[in-house]
Design a protein around this ligand. Structure first.
Ligand SMILES: [Zn+2]
Length: 284
């Protein structure tokens, strides 16, 4: 594939021979993928950017970015956090010669609507000091899993729904619990009866499991190269940390643990430590 592309770029055979070993090393850093995610350059979206070069590494907001090889071209697959401001954003690329290049891409504005929820357990809205100690510990644990970078796994961008249920377009909603503003909703809620099976939407390694203050029974599943998914409020967890799971394998069941108003699965997709809209990874 590399040879074919270089030939089409009219690079001489001599240069090709000289740079061959170097290029083989480069290509290994971009993971071959069977499809690309839907590009949506808004806060909470994904920018799918052709790099135009053979980059050896990419970063955005100091987080490592996934480089994918698709049909002979290299793409940076950049998760844009919900907190991103509209305007020009900068992606840093490095090449095999150790040079750094800046690539600019424009993020458009997106207005997410408000959602107001009533939570009867006051501590889940205004946690006490002991709760805060627990919340901070759990947040560090989850952040550690979200920043994992595993190159033994091959990420896929077309996933199956993790559970059968009512998929609401709830990603990005500006949330108010008992009229108090809280962080925006960073996942997709799928309403289903308690006990409905939850399956891995793509293959990966279980990076973390736990019973967390807000998220209840939770699994973090690593798909490789910074693509990581999160499952919350589960009734049961059927897998252990370190286990390899295949696409479609049951990992647990829907529940209503943690801060919820009813049984559902909260599903998040993380790319370069940004929570992005899971709908971009589901077949239309
Ligand atoms: Zn949710």
């Amino acid at each position: 594939m590399t040879f074919k592309r270089l030939a089409s770029m009219s690079i001489s055979r001599t240069l090709l021979a000289l740079s061959c070993s170097l290029l083989v090393a480069n290509v290994a850093l971009a993971v071959p993928v069977s499809s690309l995610p839907t590009s949506s350059m808004v806060p909470g979206g994904v920018a799918v950017l052709p790099t135009g070069i053979r980059a050896t590494a990419a970063s955005y907001r100091d987080e490592r970015v996934l480089l994918a090889e698709f049909e002979g071209l290299q793409y940076a697959i950049v998760g844009i956090p919900l907190s991103a401001s509209p305007g020009n954003h900068s992606l840093k690329l490095s090449d095999a010669q150790g040079r750094d290049l800046q690539m600019t891409f424009a993020v458009s504005d997106k207005q997410y609507v408000e959602q107001r929820l009533t939570i009867t357990n006051q501590r889940q809205v205004n946690p006490n000091n002991d709760d805060m100690v627990r919340i901070n510990r759990e947040s560090a644990e989850m952040n550690n899993a979200f920043t994992s970078w595993d190159e033994s796994l091959q990420p896929v961008f077309q996933m199956r729904p993790p559970t059968q249920g009512i998929r609401s377009s709830s990603f990005g909603l500006r949330r108010f619990f008992n009229d108090q503003a809280r962080a925006p909703h960073s996942g997709m809620d799928i309403a289903a009866p308690e006990g409905t099976p939850i399956v891995a939407p793509a293959a990966g390694i279980i990076r973390a499991t736990g019973n967390y203050f807000f998220n209840g029974n939770t699994i973090i599943l690593d798909h490789g190269h910074g693509l990581i998914s999160l499952y919350c409020h589960m009734n049961t967890i059927d897998v252990e940390v370190g286990a390899r799971v295949e696409a479609g394998q049951q990992i647990g069941a829907v529940g209503q643990t943690g801060r919820v108003t009813g049984p559902h699965l909260h599903w998040s997709i993380n790319l370069n430590n940004a929570r992005v809209d899971p709908a971009l990874f589901l077949a239309k």
